[in-house]
Each structure stands twice: as C-alpha cells, then as structure tokens.
Design a protein around this ligand. Structure first.
Ligand code: SAH
Length: 368
C-alpha cells in the first residue's frame, strides 16, 4: 500500500466513501503524497511524455500562433501570456523563443503560470530563468487573468477531477471509492439515488461530470470575452459527448489500475471537447475548432518548420526531429497523438478565424 492509500483508507473509515473527484484531487494534489506535489513525472525515465517534451516544434508553432493572435487583437501594448499546468516549462520556453521573431510581441508580454506543485514550480523557474524570463506564479486560474490575455493549456484539463455516475436498474447512482472486505480501495455505488443525471441512456452507462474543467474553461472564456484575448486547450479526448468511464492511471509509460498506487501513478480523464466548447460559448467567447492535433499542427506548418530546422541539423538530429514531428501527428490507432489529441481555441468575439482552424482550406489543399 502506498502512504496515500493508507491515509485514504483511514479517511474512508472515518467519513465514508469518497467521490471520484475527491479521490482524483487527493491522488494528484495531496500536499505531501500527491502525485504532482512530490515529483517531476515527465520524460523517458518518468511516467509519461507530453508533446512539448517530444519536439521543440510543438511549442514554436504555438508561439507563432500566439504572436499571430496578438496581431489580430490589434497588438495591445501589454498582454499576459498565461500557461495552465506548465510541467517542466518546456512549452513556454519554446513559445517565447519562436515569438521573438515577431516584432514588438515579446516586449508586450508578461508571463504568468498557474501551477500548484512546488517541485514543478522550481523546475519551471530553472527552465525559464535560463531563458531570461521571470514568470509570476499563481495557484488558481482566476488569479492569473488580468487585462488582455492569451492562455495556453496542454494536458491540463485531463488532470482536473471529475465525478462519475452509473445508470443502474434502480436509477442513477454515484460511483464512489470505498473499501472492500480486505480493507483495500474498491469502486462502489452510492446507496442514495443521484437524481435524473441524463435521459435516454443505455443501462449500465457511466456519465462523467467534469465540473472543475468546465469551470476552468468558463472562467477563461468569460475573461477573454470581456477583456480580450484567446485561449488554446490541447488534450486527449473526444469531439462529441458520450458515455463511458475514461479514468486512467499511468506509471512508467504503461496503464495501471486506477486504485492500485494512489499518489504514485498519474491519474487522468479524457476531455469532452463538445461540452468544453458549449461552456465557452455560454460564457460569451467565440469557439474555434475543435480540430485534431494533426490538422492543427499541419495547418500551422509543422512540416515546413521541421524541414527548416533539419537543414541546420546533424543527420542524427534531423532523424530525431522527423520522428518527433511524426509522433505528434500520427494517426491510425486509438492512442496515436494526431487523432487522440484535440485542440480547442476560445477567443474574444469578432476575431477572424484563428490560425490552425482553417480546416476547410486545408482539406482543399490536401485533395489530390
Ligand atoms: N503542460 C505540461 C504538463 C502537463 S501535466 C506538458 O505538456 O508537458 C499537468 C500539469 O498541471 C503539471 O504541471 C501539474 O503540476 C499541473 N496541475 C495539475 N493539477 C493542477 C491544478 N489543479 N492546478 C494547477 N496546476 C495543476
């Protein structure tokens, strides 16, 4: 049993079963034993690898995207560049390097990071300090937003806790984490009915309620609608809402049981982009996309940028660049990043279609 599992077992004995959102929040954010609070989980030696860690081109294209959006906004003299859940700071580092080539953009920026993990804050300070950047950190999204802002979030929404409900013959019940006969963590259902969660649902269906993610998107959407700017949310998930349990745990680049190693395995969920888009619109923002990561990155010029870098690289470096770019846009399997990952942008109403979402033109271009 992990130290956190022992603490959770005590908590359940004292207070009863935990909602899935409370379980997720404790596994990821417990002050001492939480997964992100105590370690840097990224890279080959860690548990998983994210897009900015795969290729510098990912962040560079997003940097040019942000600079283009700033121009579309009329080049405000002061702009907050906000990143939610910046990991090692790699994405922001690549964004800022690429952004230097757009005149005036870099000077207009102040960099704000929303991060709860002290370990990762230290890592971000190191990465960005080396690039001559002094970011300001915040615990909560709402504290990071002020004035015109461009907000970036890669693999952030998937880490926000959600609740799950199951349709039983007796109606909807909440899925809970309790203890089995041996005192081990086990999933169960609430004894109390959970009310009418959804209509016309197949029996046994699991419905997820991503309240924290919806609130985050709505907060950002309200801000950019009122004060100007845009946001980019990139994550794995679906374009259309559906039923199903998407909670997953990962350790050392493989899936593990979500209850087996609390605090020692990463816990995430798939993002329901249709509902995120709906929340953004309801909060007054214009929605661009969602697009697949493949379509988005190709439209921004992934191939051209990779080729340009390769011309100045050694054959080994060129090979790594090509492999990285391929991995980001790969399709053909359920886990291929090009189609599993989606990109959703929110913006102040009235901006033209944002770069990367002009898919109609892209599909015309790719016609034989
Ligand atoms: N964007 C990075 C890291 C993704 S992992 C990348 O692509 O590599 C998730 C990040 O979100 C980590 O930095 C983690 O510490 C942070 N995080 C998770 N939950 C959070 C929360 N509730 N509030 C703020 N940051 C959080």
């Amino acid at each position: 049993m992990t130290p956190l599992a022992q603490e959770l077992a005590r908590l359940i004995r004292d207070e009863g079963p935990l909602s899935v959102s409370r379980y997720m929040a404790l596994c990821l954010g417990h002050p001492r034993h939480g997964y992100y609070m105590k370690q840097d989980p990224f890279g080959a030696a860690g548990d998983f690898t994210t897009a900015p860690e795969i290729s510098q081109v990912f962040g560079e294209l997003i940097g040019l995207w942000a600079a283009t959006v700033w121009r579309m906004m009329g080049e405000p003299a002061a702009l907050r560049l906000v990143e939610l859940g910046p990991g090692r700071g790699t994405l922001m580092q690549d964004v800022l390097r690429a952004a230097r080539i757009v005149r005036g953009f870099r000077e207009a920026l102040s960099v704000h990071l929303v991060e709860t993990s002290p370990v990762l804050r230290a890592r971000q300070a190191e990465t960005l300090g080396a690039a001559g950047v002094t970011p300001v950190w915040h615990d909560r999204v709402e504290d990071a937003l002020e004035g015109p802002a461009i907000v970036l979030a890669n693999e952030f929404l998937d880490a926000l806790p959600l609740d799950q409900f199951v349709l039983t013959p007796e109606g909807w019940r909440e899925r809970l984490v309790g203890l089995n006969g041996e005192g081990q963590l086990a999933f169960g259902l609430s004894a109390e009915p959970a009310g009418e969660i959804a209509r016309a649902t197949p029996p046994g269906a699991v419905l997820e309620q991503p309240l924290a993610a919806l609130e985050t998107v709505a907060t950002v959407a309200r801000h950019v609608a009122a004060r100007g700017g845009a946001a980019l949310f990139i994550d794995y998930g679906s374009m259309r809402s559906g039923f199903g349990d998407t909670l997953q745990a990962m350790r050392r680049h493989g899936f593990v049981d979500a209850l087996a190693e609390p605090g020692d395995a990463d816990l995430t969920v798939h993002v329901d982009f249709a509902r995120m888009a709906q929340a953004a619109r309801a909060a007054g923002a214009a929605v661009h996309g969602p697009a697949t990561q493949r379509d988005f990155l190709l439209a921004l010029g992934l191939e051209q940028r990779t080729a340009a870098l390769s011309r100045r690289a050694t054959p080994e470096q060129a090979q790594t660049l090509a492999e990285g770019a391929n991995r980001l846009v790969e399709t053909g399997s359920a886990t291929a990043m090009g189609e599993l990952f989606k990109v959703l942008a929110l913006a102040e109403p009235g901006l033209p279609l944002l770069p990367g979402f002009d898919l109609h033109r892209l599909s015309e271009q790719s016609e034989p």
